[in-house]
Ligand binder design. Structure first.
Ligand code: ZN
Ligand code: ZN
Ligand code: FE
Length: 762
């Protein structure tokens, strides 16, 4: 062995290989096999020059490739042999200055067990230090100003490492070797507690904040990607106060539990859920309330049997939940439709009427990042919001050359840049309905284009002419003379599933959704498409009904109820009297009736979401939703655990494959007049939606032979619809594909837009 010749080699790894402890990992690997050389970060990844025997080098290359550090993700690797370089030891070379390529940055990672052990060790120099982190954990995406990822390019730049931290930072054998946000109580960021009036509150900030929380006060807490509003969820009055101040009457609040044991006291948690909660992404997981959850104020999540719960993900959260209540409401700090507050000035200005105190720190948040939300449906993770912990991780979508920006939708906006075979979805931007959210949107896009060094070949946007995102895309395309692709909303929904599941052939795309602009000028949302990544045709749809007053009928859902009644009975005068009709003020009833008759300001819609709204209003569950999909959420709650589908209401699918729900509405009215329970009606309605959809898929299969079905669109956040739709299709021999990494709601649209545009370019 000893006389095997020494050769040289150049090894490259790219992907998520910076800021994840990659170089020290390499250092430890080569030490084990006595190789000499160097490792360095480049703009494209990691570059290793190495001397040794061919066998040792190849062994090392494979070890790193197959078992990289936990947070690393190798997308590409290469090795080429050459003459020996003549190294006498192994060194880690400082990062080079930027040039043309780029390396994806890592998401923010929840505090690791090693760091937490130090934080709660009385003897450790980081005892109770809220900004403890290492190469395996801590902030990344939210502190990076520019790449390569080095301390000087982050918001840690202003903190000078103390001698002890510096020696950790410089020691390749240390867990904090090149941990860019490395900090300790001597040299790192610190906390302050200020009153709503802006005065410093003396004493230990976390202890004082905990006391305030225990007393029922609202505390604004600056975290990783923005501010939370925290309150004690066991105190009904305190939760009510927060709802009132935030002007958020019903939308569920997220919770943060001290640890997994505590979380289990409030929700039903199986192994899958536990894995998600304790993962380094640390999302909010939607879980069934347990009996003990009764000790929580009903105002935490009044409309649903599910709780959004997460575990502490920074040392600050861990310390706060040890000192204070064992569970907290931790809701994103924003004013109704405005984006998440993440700058200190904005927080103090806009939250001082909501929070009684501010727990803040002086590590600047460079870009906002909301908590992510995931649901578990039959063991499948269904993303609801993909943001902190996941963004900006690459989604590999197959080989392509062009670089594309997908502008996304107008609600639950995310945008997406596509480059080098990967899609990089943005953090959650939200609804583009006011100046601040539009600013966050445009700043976000400029930031991503820079961070990922994108040189655009094309832009993709929604077909809707009035979306802010469409207008932004048009503007950018004009200014830069770039081709613009208008992508139909539901085609984009379906394409997102195609991309995630690596499907290239034609499928039946079922898009049950709220609102999406159709090429015929009507509003789509109950769609059965035959689609591949490039093209689609509308093979079936819900029969359109008028939306009296347009968007107004989304806010006043009894308008949709009335619209469906008029479609079902032919005219206002033919509708039999029942509670829903009797509850209308006469002039309003006549006004809406006339509007529908004349067709003025009554766009037509085939939206499934609007049908849910209508039924929820007819039953009397919800006529004025205070948040998105409240009517549907209440209807789902009413149905309870629907283990087996019931017999459906009567519906019809005509020769043009339009589904008619007029007979459904007539039967619902009959049930209501007979005093049938809301639960029974809701169960029959859910069954109707599933069985009509499945029958439609059968018809399309008969016509085309296609057996693959993709399900997407906001309605598939309804657990009962998703579970039963999938089961029923599979029972009939279909293969069913769902969104896995991006949400089925509009938060996943930009991925689909980008993928359709790419397939049109090639
Ligand atoms: Zn750590
Ligand atoms: Zn230090
Ligand atoms: Fe949609």
């Amino acid at each position: 062995m000893g006389n095997e010749p020494i050769v040289g080699a150049v090894i490259r790894y790219s992907g998520i290989v910076q800021g994840v402890g990659f170089r020290p990992f390499v250092y430890r690997c080569v030490r084990d096999v006595d190789l000499k050389g160097s490792v360095q970060n480049t703009d494209n990844g990691v570059l290793i020059r190495i001397d040794g025997t061919r066998k040792d080098i190849e062994g090392f290359f494979c070890t790193v490739k197959e078992n990289p550090p936990v947070l690393a993700e190798i997308h590409k690797s290469s090795i080429s042999f050459c003459n020996p370089f003549g190294y006498s030891d192994f060194t880690i070379i400082e990062s080079k200055e930027k040039n043309s390529g780029f390396t994806p940055v890592s998401p923010d990672i929840s505090a690791c067990p090693d760091c937490l052990a130090e934080v709660f060790d009385k003897e450790d120099r980081r005892f109770l230090y809220p900004f403890t982190n290492c190469t395996n954990c801590g902030p990344r995406f939210t502190i990076i100003r520019s790449i390569p990822y080095d301390r000087k390019n982050t918001s840690m730049r202003s903190f000078r490492l103390c001698p002890e931290c510096l020696s950790e930072y410089k020691d390749p054998a240390d867990r904090r070797y090149h941990a860019q946000p490395n900090a300790c109580p001597v040299c790192g960021p610190g906390l302050r507690l200020i009153s709503a009036a802006g005065e410093e509150i003396a004493g230990d900030p976390v202890k004082k904040a905990s006391e305030l929380l225990l007393k029922g006060n609202v505390v604004a807490v600056k975290g990783l990607g923005g501010y939370h509003l925290a309150v004690n969820p066991v105190m009904a009055k305190a939760v009510k106060r927060l709802r009132k101040r935030k002007r958020r009457p019903g939308k569920p609040f997220a919770l943060m539990a001290r640890d997994i044991g505590t979380a289990k006291d409030f929700c039903v948690i199986d192994k899958k859920a536990e894995n998600l909660l304790t993962s380094f992404e640390s999302p909010i997981v939607l879980l069934k309330k347990s009996a003990v959850a009764a000790s929580l104020s009903n105002d935490v999540a009044p409309d649903t049997d599910w709780l959004g719960i997460m575990l502490p993900y920074t040392p600050l959260h861990h310390i706060l939940l040890r000192e204070g209540p064992q569970i907290l409401v931790m809701t994103s700090a924003n004013i109704s439709e405005e984006p998440l507050v993440f700058r200190d000035e904005d927080a103090i200005r806009s939250l001082s009427t909501i929070a009684d105190a501010f727990l803040i720190h002086n590590r600047e948040i460079v870009r906002p990042c909301d908590d992510s939300v995931v649901a578990l449906v039959r063991g499948n993770t269904v993303p609801v919001r993909r943001s902190r912990g996941y963004v900006p991780r690459a989604l590999p979508i197959g080989p392509f050359k062009s670089q594309v920006l997908a502008a996304g939708p107008s609600e639950k906006n995310t945008f997406c840049v596509l480059k080098d075979g990967n899609a990089y979805m943005s953090h959650h931007i939200g609804n583009l309905v006011n100046e601040k959210s539009v600013d966050a949107y445009t700043e976000g896009i400029e930031d991503f284009l820079k961070m990922f060094r994108v040189e655009l070949d094309a832009i993709a946007c929604d077909l809707h002419p009035d979306y802010v995102s469409t207008r932004y895309a048009e503007d950018l395309s004009r200014k830069n003379n770039l081709p613009l692709y208008y992508i139909q909303h539901h085609h984009a929904h379906i394409a997102s599933v195609l991309a995630e599941n690596r499907i290239t052939e034609k499928v039946i795309g079922v898009a049950l959704d709220g609102t999406g602009y159709g090429p015929d000028g009507t509003i789509w949302g109950g769609e059965f498409l035959i689609a591949d990544r490039k093209n689609y045709e509308r093979a079936g749809y819900y029969t359109p009904v008028p939306m009296p007053g347009g968007e107004k009928s989304v806010l006043e859902t009894d308008r949709m109820g009335l619209s469906y009644l008029i479609s079902a009975y032919g005219s206002l005068t033919c509708i039999p009297g029942f509670d829903f009709i009797d509850a209308f003020e006469k002039p309003r009833l006549q006004m809406i009736g006339k509007m529908i008759d004349s067709g003025i300001n009554c766009p037509l819609t085939s939206s499934c979401g609007r049908l849910f709204d209508a039924v929820s209003a007819l039953i009397g569950l919800c006529k004025r939703p205070s948040y998105d999909a409240q009517g549907a959420i209440l209807l789902e709650k009413e149905a309870g655990d629907l283990k087996d589908l019931t017999s459906p209401y009567w519906y019809e699918i005509d020769a043009e494959r339009a589904v008619h729900f007029e007979p459904t509405i007539v039967e619902i009215v009959k049930d209501l007049k007979n005093g049938e329970s809301a639960q029974r009606i809701s169960r029959k309605f859910h069954s109707t939606i599933v069985l009509s959809g499945v029958e439609m898929c059968g018809k399309i299969k008969k016509m085309t032979g296609i057996k693959k079905v993709t399900l997407s669109g906001g309605v598939f956040q309804n657990r009962l619809i998703l579970e039963h739709f999938k089961d029923q299709l599979e029972e009939r021999g279909f293969s069913v594909f769902l969104n896995r990494f991006v949400p089925p709601n509009d938060g996943g649209i930009s991925l689909g837009q980008g993928v359709v545009a790419l397939s049109k370019i090639i």
